[in-house]
Ligand binder design. Structure first.
Ligand code: AMP
Ligand code: MN
Ligand code: MN
Ligand code: MN
Length: 285
Protein backbone atom coordinates (compact mmCIF):
# COMPACT_ATOMS: atom_id res chain seq x y z
CA UNK A 1 0.00 0.00 0.00
CA UNK A 2 1.29 3.42 -0.86
CA UNK A 3 0.45 6.98 0.10
CA UNK A 4 -1.72 7.02 -3.08
CA UNK A 5 -4.67 5.69 -1.14
CA UNK A 6 -7.85 7.40 -0.03
CA UNK A 7 -7.46 6.52 3.65
CA UNK A 8 -9.60 8.40 6.19
CA UNK A 9 -8.44 7.39 9.66
CA UNK A 10 -10.19 9.92 11.91
CA UNK A 11 -13.92 10.52 12.42
CA UNK A 12 -16.65 10.38 15.08
CA UNK A 13 -20.02 8.65 15.42
CA UNK A 14 -22.94 8.89 17.88
CA UNK A 15 -20.83 6.63 20.14
CA UNK A 16 -18.93 9.85 21.01
CA UNK A 17 -19.68 13.34 19.67
CA UNK A 18 -20.57 12.68 16.02
CA UNK A 19 -24.15 12.81 14.74
CA UNK A 20 -24.11 9.77 12.40
CA UNK A 21 -24.20 6.07 13.28
CA UNK A 22 -21.16 3.90 12.43
CA UNK A 23 -23.23 2.39 9.58
CA UNK A 24 -24.11 5.80 8.09
CA UNK A 25 -20.48 6.89 8.34
CA UNK A 26 -19.32 3.73 6.55
CA UNK A 27 -21.81 4.36 3.73
CA UNK A 28 -20.76 8.02 3.48
CA UNK A 29 -17.05 7.12 3.46
CA UNK A 30 -17.64 4.56 0.70
CA UNK A 31 -19.71 7.03 -1.35
CA UNK A 32 -16.87 9.57 -1.06
CA UNK A 33 -14.31 7.07 -2.38
CA UNK A 34 -12.62 6.11 0.90
CA UNK A 35 -10.59 2.90 0.45
CA UNK A 36 -9.39 2.44 4.04
CA UNK A 37 -11.45 3.75 6.94
CA UNK A 38 -11.19 4.01 10.74
CA UNK A 39 -13.85 5.20 13.21
CA UNK A 40 -12.03 6.99 16.06
CA UNK A 41 -14.59 7.87 18.74
CA UNK A 42 -13.30 9.90 21.70
CA UNK A 43 -12.22 7.73 24.68
CA UNK A 44 -14.46 4.88 23.52
CA UNK A 45 -14.23 1.71 21.42
CA UNK A 46 -17.86 0.63 21.86
CA UNK A 47 -18.59 1.24 18.15
CA UNK A 48 -15.68 -0.79 16.76
CA UNK A 49 -17.41 -4.07 15.97
CA UNK A 50 -20.30 -2.23 14.30
CA UNK A 51 -17.90 -0.07 12.27
CA UNK A 52 -15.81 -3.05 11.15
CA UNK A 53 -18.94 -4.97 10.10
CA UNK A 54 -20.32 -1.91 8.27
CA UNK A 55 -17.00 -1.38 6.44
CA UNK A 56 -16.98 -5.01 5.38
CA UNK A 57 -20.58 -4.75 4.14
CA UNK A 58 -19.48 -1.75 2.03
CA UNK A 59 -16.44 -3.64 0.69
CA UNK A 60 -14.10 -1.14 2.38
CA UNK A 61 -10.90 -2.00 4.27
CA UNK A 62 -10.97 -1.09 7.99
CA UNK A 63 -8.58 -0.30 10.85
CA UNK A 64 -9.89 -0.18 14.42
CA UNK A 65 -9.62 3.29 15.95
CA UNK A 66 -10.06 5.59 18.93
CA UNK A 67 -9.00 9.11 19.96
CA UNK A 68 -7.77 9.36 23.55
CA UNK A 69 -7.89 12.61 25.54
CA UNK A 70 -4.53 13.27 27.21
CA UNK A 71 -3.26 16.08 29.44
CA UNK A 72 0.28 17.13 28.49
CA UNK A 73 1.96 20.35 29.69
CA UNK A 74 -1.42 21.48 31.09
CA UNK A 75 -2.94 21.20 27.63
CA UNK A 76 -5.45 18.71 26.22
CA UNK A 77 -3.76 16.68 23.49
CA UNK A 78 -5.47 13.97 21.44
CA UNK A 79 -3.78 10.66 20.67
CA UNK A 80 -5.34 8.49 17.98
CA UNK A 81 -4.94 4.72 18.26
CA UNK A 82 -5.19 2.55 15.15
CA UNK A 83 -5.16 -1.18 14.47
CA UNK A 84 -5.52 -2.43 18.07
CA UNK A 85 -7.47 -5.48 19.23
CA UNK A 86 -10.98 -4.10 19.93
CA UNK A 87 -11.47 -6.69 22.69
CA UNK A 88 -8.30 -5.80 24.64
CA UNK A 89 -9.25 -5.54 28.33
CA UNK A 90 -6.49 -3.12 29.39
CA UNK A 91 -7.34 -0.67 26.63
CA UNK A 92 -11.04 -0.88 27.52
CA UNK A 93 -10.22 -0.26 31.18
CA UNK A 94 -7.95 2.70 30.42
CA UNK A 95 -10.61 4.30 28.23
CA UNK A 96 -13.30 3.75 30.86
CA UNK A 97 -11.10 5.52 33.43
CA UNK A 98 -10.44 8.38 30.98
CA UNK A 99 -14.18 8.82 30.33
CA UNK A 100 -14.98 8.56 34.02
CA UNK A 101 -14.89 12.23 34.98
CA UNK A 102 -17.06 13.45 32.13
CA UNK A 103 -20.40 13.35 33.98
CA UNK A 104 -19.20 15.47 36.89
CA UNK A 105 -17.39 17.86 34.57
CA UNK A 106 -20.61 18.31 32.58
CA UNK A 107 -22.53 19.14 35.78
CA UNK A 108 -19.91 21.78 36.62
CA UNK A 109 -20.10 23.21 33.12
CA UNK A 110 -23.87 23.51 33.47
CA UNK A 111 -23.51 25.20 36.89
CA UNK A 112 -21.16 27.80 35.38
CA UNK A 113 -23.44 28.38 32.40
CA UNK A 114 -26.38 28.86 34.79
CA UNK A 115 -24.43 31.69 36.42
CA UNK A 116 -24.39 33.56 33.12
CA UNK A 117 -28.13 32.98 32.64
CA UNK A 118 -28.16 29.76 30.61
CA UNK A 119 -30.45 27.38 32.48
CA UNK A 120 -30.87 23.63 32.06
CA UNK A 121 -27.72 23.10 30.01
CA UNK A 122 -26.91 19.69 31.52
CA UNK A 123 -30.33 18.23 30.69
CA UNK A 124 -30.25 20.07 27.36
CA UNK A 125 -26.86 18.67 26.38
CA UNK A 126 -27.97 15.19 27.43
CA UNK A 127 -30.67 15.27 24.73
CA UNK A 128 -27.89 15.27 22.14
CA UNK A 129 -25.88 12.48 23.74
CA UNK A 130 -25.82 9.10 22.00
CA UNK A 131 -23.69 7.41 24.67
CA UNK A 132 -24.42 8.44 28.29
CA UNK A 133 -20.79 7.67 29.26
CA UNK A 134 -19.58 10.22 26.78
CA UNK A 135 -21.05 13.67 27.34
CA UNK A 136 -18.75 16.19 25.67
CA UNK A 137 -18.45 19.90 25.07
CA UNK A 138 -19.83 19.27 21.59
CA UNK A 139 -23.20 18.21 23.07
CA UNK A 140 -23.38 21.47 25.06
CA UNK A 141 -22.52 23.35 21.87
CA UNK A 142 -25.43 21.71 20.02
CA UNK A 143 -27.82 22.62 22.85
CA UNK A 144 -26.73 26.29 22.79
CA UNK A 145 -27.23 26.42 19.01
CA UNK A 146 -30.65 24.75 19.25
CA UNK A 147 -31.80 27.23 21.90
CA UNK A 148 -30.62 30.17 19.79
CA UNK A 149 -27.91 31.39 22.19
CA UNK A 150 -25.34 31.09 19.37
CA UNK A 151 -25.63 30.74 15.61
CA UNK A 152 -23.22 27.80 15.25
CA UNK A 153 -21.02 25.49 17.31
CA UNK A 154 -17.82 27.45 16.60
CA UNK A 155 -19.43 30.51 18.16
CA UNK A 156 -20.36 28.45 21.24
CA UNK A 157 -16.77 27.30 21.69
CA UNK A 158 -15.47 30.83 21.18
CA UNK A 159 -17.87 32.42 23.66
CA UNK A 160 -18.42 29.69 26.26
CA UNK A 161 -16.47 26.47 26.06
CA UNK A 162 -12.78 27.37 25.77
CA UNK A 163 -10.25 28.34 28.41
CA UNK A 164 -11.19 31.48 30.33
CA UNK A 165 -14.82 31.42 29.11
CA UNK A 166 -17.83 30.99 31.45
CA UNK A 167 -18.64 27.34 30.60
CA UNK A 168 -15.08 26.02 30.57
CA UNK A 169 -14.09 23.52 33.26
CA UNK A 170 -10.44 22.43 33.27
CA UNK A 171 -10.10 18.66 33.32
CA UNK A 172 -7.28 16.17 33.83
CA UNK A 173 -7.34 13.40 31.22
CA UNK A 174 -5.03 10.37 30.72
CA UNK A 175 -1.23 10.73 30.75
CA UNK A 176 0.62 10.61 27.43
CA UNK A 177 2.54 7.48 28.45
CA UNK A 178 -0.60 5.61 29.55
CA UNK A 179 -2.49 6.42 26.35
CA UNK A 180 0.39 5.32 24.11
CA UNK A 181 0.88 2.13 26.15
CA UNK A 182 -2.81 1.14 26.15
CA UNK A 183 -2.84 1.39 22.34
CA UNK A 184 0.52 -0.29 21.80
CA UNK A 185 -0.07 -3.18 24.22
CA UNK A 186 -3.33 -3.90 22.41
CA UNK A 187 -1.36 -4.39 19.18
CA UNK A 188 -2.07 -0.95 17.72
CA UNK A 189 -0.15 2.17 16.80
CA UNK A 190 -0.35 5.56 18.52
CA UNK A 191 -0.66 8.70 16.38
CA UNK A 192 -0.45 12.36 17.50
CA UNK A 193 -3.75 13.88 16.35
CA UNK A 194 -3.90 17.31 14.61
CA UNK A 195 -0.64 18.70 16.15
CA UNK A 196 -1.19 22.22 14.79
CA UNK A 197 -4.27 22.62 17.04
CA UNK A 198 -2.26 22.81 20.26
CA UNK A 199 -1.05 26.22 21.31
CA UNK A 200 2.41 24.94 22.27
CA UNK A 201 5.69 26.82 22.29
CA UNK A 202 8.41 25.27 20.10
CA UNK A 203 9.95 23.73 23.24
CA UNK A 204 6.67 22.21 24.41
CA UNK A 205 5.96 20.80 20.97
CA UNK A 206 9.46 19.31 20.84
CA UNK A 207 8.82 17.74 24.25
CA UNK A 208 5.50 16.28 23.07
CA UNK A 209 7.06 14.69 19.99
CA UNK A 210 10.13 13.35 21.83
CA UNK A 211 8.22 11.96 24.81
CA UNK A 212 5.60 10.46 22.49
CA UNK A 213 8.38 8.63 20.64
CA UNK A 214 10.03 7.50 23.87
CA UNK A 215 6.73 5.99 25.01
CA UNK A 216 6.50 4.02 21.75
CA UNK A 217 4.35 6.36 19.62
CA UNK A 218 4.82 5.78 15.90
CA UNK A 219 2.98 8.34 13.78
CA UNK A 220 1.57 11.85 13.45
CA UNK A 221 -1.41 13.24 11.55
CA UNK A 222 -0.12 15.37 8.71
CA UNK A 223 -3.16 15.80 6.46
CA UNK A 224 -6.19 16.47 8.69
CA UNK A 225 -9.31 18.62 8.55
CA UNK A 226 -7.72 20.68 11.35
CA UNK A 227 -4.61 21.68 9.33
CA UNK A 228 -4.03 24.30 6.66
CA UNK A 229 -2.03 23.44 3.52
CA UNK A 230 1.01 25.18 5.06
CA UNK A 231 0.61 23.00 8.17
CA UNK A 232 0.68 19.84 6.00
CA UNK A 233 4.21 20.91 5.03
CA UNK A 234 5.26 21.80 8.60
CA UNK A 235 4.15 18.44 9.99
CA UNK A 236 5.44 16.44 7.01
CA UNK A 237 8.85 17.89 7.97
CA UNK A 238 8.24 17.09 11.67
CA UNK A 239 7.33 13.48 10.78
CA UNK A 240 10.62 13.10 8.91
CA UNK A 241 12.64 14.86 11.61
CA UNK A 242 11.25 12.55 14.32
CA UNK A 243 11.16 9.38 12.21
CA UNK A 244 7.37 9.09 12.53
CA UNK A 245 4.95 7.63 9.99
CA UNK A 246 2.15 9.89 8.74
CA UNK A 247 -1.62 9.65 8.94
CA UNK A 248 -4.55 11.29 7.16
CA UNK A 249 -8.07 11.87 8.48
CA UNK A 250 -10.95 14.32 8.09
CA UNK A 251 -12.04 14.43 11.78
CA UNK A 252 -15.58 14.41 10.39
CA UNK A 253 -18.32 14.80 13.07
CA UNK A 254 -21.51 15.86 11.32
CA UNK A 255 -22.86 16.82 7.88
CA UNK A 256 -24.22 20.06 9.43
CA UNK A 257 -21.12 21.08 11.37
CA UNK A 258 -17.97 19.69 9.76
CA UNK A 259 -16.30 21.67 7.00
CA UNK A 260 -14.23 18.65 5.86
CA UNK A 261 -16.17 15.62 4.62
CA UNK A 262 -14.92 12.03 4.79
CA UNK A 263 -12.35 11.16 2.15
CA UNK A 264 -12.04 14.62 0.59
CA UNK A 265 -8.64 15.84 1.84
CA UNK A 266 -5.48 15.91 -0.32
CA UNK A 267 -3.46 12.68 -0.29
CA UNK A 268 -0.40 12.31 1.94
CA UNK A 269 2.85 13.74 0.53
CA UNK A 270 4.65 10.89 -1.27
CA UNK A 271 7.93 11.14 0.67
CA UNK A 272 6.29 10.07 3.95
CA UNK A 273 5.69 6.55 5.26
CA UNK A 274 1.91 6.14 5.60
CA UNK A 275 0.91 4.68 8.96
CA UNK A 276 -1.22 2.08 7.14
CA UNK A 277 1.95 0.66 5.56
CA UNK A 278 3.14 -0.24 9.08
CA UNK A 279 -0.31 -1.61 9.96
CA UNK A 280 -0.85 -3.78 6.88
CA UNK A 281 -1.34 -6.95 8.95
CA UNK A 282 -3.96 -5.21 11.15
CA UNK A 283 -6.23 -4.16 8.27
CA UNK A 284 -9.62 -5.90 8.30
CA UNK A 285 -11.22 -6.75 4.96
P1 AMP B 1 -14.38 17.40 25.09
O1 AMP B 1 -13.70 16.09 24.78
O2 AMP B 1 -15.66 17.24 25.82
O3 AMP B 1 -13.47 18.41 25.71
O4 AMP B 1 -14.82 18.00 23.67
C1 AMP B 1 -13.87 18.20 22.67
C2 AMP B 1 -14.57 18.25 21.32
O5 AMP B 1 -15.13 19.53 21.11
C3 AMP B 1 -13.61 18.08 20.16
O6 AMP B 1 -13.41 16.72 19.88
C4 AMP B 1 -14.33 18.74 19.03
O7 AMP B 1 -15.29 17.86 18.48
C5 AMP B 1 -15.09 19.84 19.73
N1 AMP B 1 -14.42 21.16 19.59
C6 AMP B 1 -13.33 21.58 20.27
N2 AMP B 1 -13.02 22.85 19.92
C7 AMP B 1 -13.96 23.24 19.01
C8 AMP B 1 -14.21 24.43 18.26
N3 AMP B 1 -13.44 25.51 18.42
N4 AMP B 1 -15.27 24.45 17.42
C9 AMP B 1 -16.07 23.36 17.28
N5 AMP B 1 -15.88 22.21 17.94
C10 AMP B 1 -14.84 22.13 18.80
MN1 MN C 1 -15.01 15.68 18.83
MN1 MN D 1 -9.28 15.76 18.37
MN1 MN E 1 -11.43 13.90 16.48
Amino acid sequence: MTSILNADLHCHSVVSDGTLTPEDLAARAKANGVELWALTDHDEIGGQHRAAAAARAQGMAYLTGTEISVTFADTTVHIVGLGFDPDDAQLAQGLAATRGGRGERAQEMAAQLAQVGIKGAYEGALQFVGNPALISRTHFARFLVETGVCKDTSEVFRRFLTEGKPGYVPHRWASLGDAVRWITQAGGMAVIAHPARYKFSANEEFALFSEFKQHGGRAVEVVTGSHSAAEYVTYADMAQEFGLAASRGSDFHSPDESHTDLGTLPLLPGALTPVWELLSDRILR
